[in-house]
Design a protein around this ligand. Structure first.
Ligand SMILES: [Zn+2]
Ligand SMILES: [Zn+2]
Length: 88
């Protein structure tokens, strides 16, 4: 199963061959819609507390760990995957 190109559950074009910009409002960083940029490291939105929550968006390295899910402002699971590098 490859993720080079396809559509997700919302019908968006996804995959690492799909050129896109960050889904964070106002951010125009160029990314692709591969797993490396997917919220939570996986395609598609999820509300499962064990698996997600993920918004199904695709974000640049900066916003992948800082965005929230819509106006309610709940942080996505992506924060769990943030590098916990406290060397600084
Ligand atoms: Zn998200
Ligand atoms: Zn961004």
């Amino acid at each position: 199963m490859g993720w080079g190109y396809g559509t997700n559950s919302e019908g968006r074009e996804v995959g690492y061959t799909v050129e896109a910009t960050c889904d964070f409002p106002g951010c125009e960083a160029k990314i692709d819609r591969g797993l490396g940029y997917a919220c939570g490291g996986m395609h598609d939105r999820s509300d499962d507390p064990g698996d997600g929550p993920r918004c199904g968006g695709y974000f640049c390295a900066e916003h992948r760990y800082t965005h929230t899910r819509g106006p309610d402002g709940d942080a996505c699971r992506a924060n769990d995957d943030a590098e916990e590098d406290e060397a600084e």
